[in-house]
Design a protein around this ligand. Structure first.
Ligand code: NAD
Ligand code: ZN
Length: 353
């Protein structure tokens, strides 16, 4: 679990005082990975104080993190500095948070990040790393995974060393998120809850977090009573609880199939989950019905026909990626999932998208 967390509008102002005691010396910098949407945004960047060899690196977020990108970022740090950094700070959405987690792990674990995709393969604790979300929904700020696209699969580095040492939850940082993106990333949280709460891995720990996040999502996306500030505050906590819920269970069908879309077509996680979830009434009847209400209320138009022109070998790649995520299927369907989830079934579903 994340060992330290502060919450509150304006809590980002505490960044300097939180980091100061963690500095290991002049030659051990803090590296800030910041979503490049904040480049030139004085309101945010003026609150990051750079001392000695500290550095801000702006991260483009058109594409999700790749293993070779992580390896390059790690090599850049090793070549530029004589000592390991004092800390890695990620400021952004799931993309940047995952990059911060992965780089902090790969600075202390030998070899290439692709070799650590999976469960509990990391051997050594990461460098001190801090997560500061600027958009809510993924739960990446609280989870024990960092999801990377590698040469053969899109899969997380899941380990007890992956979670942040410190998280700063400042809902004010999310105030300028564009509406469509707010919906897509927010629905990632909603889908986490549905997949966790209906899964065979469910237990009292996951259920207690999942139910809370599910209620918050309904209040935020279906209700009319919240001010924008209340809605930002609550979505940040929903994201946290949704992440906690899957930390001790698993995601399910939507995530497995969305990883296929992400791997082959580069469809991003939030919108990908929405595209998939829209067609999953067979597996999640109640969740999908509520999702459709939310979509209608906020006038969200999802892309249609993204698989219309694909060839059979392309469908095969997506199906291979989806089927390789065995724990997700086992959670969603049960131990006998292979008898239900056939290649033909997945092909039929992908063709609808
Ligand atoms: P993202 O990080 O790509 O951000 C989405 C968009 O929102 C980007 O264009 C970004 O620039 C913009 N944005 C972010 N904050 C903003 C702000 N305050 N104002 C204006 N624009 C802002 O997307 P995401 O949905 O947050 O994260 C998706 C990524 O998270 C994927 O790579 C996915 O694999 C990963 N993920 C990780 C976990 C985990 O547990 N580690 C869980 C779910 C998803
Ligand atoms: Zn997700």
């Amino acid at each position: 679990m994340v060992s330290r967390v502060v919450f509150g509008r304006g809590s980002f102002n505490q960044l300097d005082e939180i980091l100061a005691p963690k500095r290991k010396g002049r030659n051990a910098p803090f590296i800030f990975y910041v979503d490049d949407v904040f480049k030139g945004n004085h309101w945010l960047t003026s609150r990051i104080t750079l001392s000695y060899k500290d550095k801000i690196i702006y991260i483009p977020t058109k594409e999700e993190p790749r293993t070779d990108q992580i390896d390059q970022l790690v090599e850049d740090i090793i070549l530029e500095y004589s000592e390991l950094p004092s800390g890695i700070i990620g400021i952004g959405g799931g993309t940047v948070l995952d990059i911060a987690k992965a780089v902090s792990l790969m600075l202390t674990n030998k070899g290439e990040s692709k070799d650590y995709q999976g469960w509990d393969l990391i051997k050594h604790p990461a460098i001190y790393h801090v997560g500061i979300p600027t958009i809510s929904g993924t739960g990446a700020e609280v989870s024990r995974t960092t999801i990377l696209t590698g040469p053969v699969r899109k899969l997380g580095i899941n380990s007890d060393h992956t979670p942040f040492y410190q998280v700063i939850l400042d809902p004010e940082l999310t105030k300028d998120v564009p509406k469509d993106q707010w919906f897509y990333t927010g629905m990632d949280c909603f889908v986490h809850c549905v997949e966790s709460l209906t899964g065979t891995y469910l237990n009292a720990f996951s259920q207690s977090y999942g139910e809370k996040a599910y209620e918050l999502c309904k209040e935020i996306f279906l209700g009319d009573s919240l001010s924008p500030e209340e809605s930002q505050d609550k979505l940040m906590m929903a994201s946290w609880h949704g992440g906690m819920s899957i930390a001790y269970s698993q995601v399910g069908v939507a995530h497995a199939m969305s990883y296929g879309l992400g791997y082959l077509l580069g469809v991003k996680h939030g919108i990908g989950n929405c595209i998939v979830f829209d067609h999953l009434e067979e597996y999640y009847p109640e969740g999908v019905a509520i999702f459709k209400q939310m979509k209608a209320k906020h006038n969200i138009k999802l892309p249609q026909g993204i698989c219309a022109d694909l060839e059979q070998d392309q469908f095969d790649i997506m199906i291979d990626v989806a089927l390789s995520l065995e724990p997700l299927w086992e959670n969603a369907i049960g131990k006998n999932w292979r008898t239900v989830i056939t290649r033909e079934k997945l092909l039929e579903l992908y063709k609808k998208m």
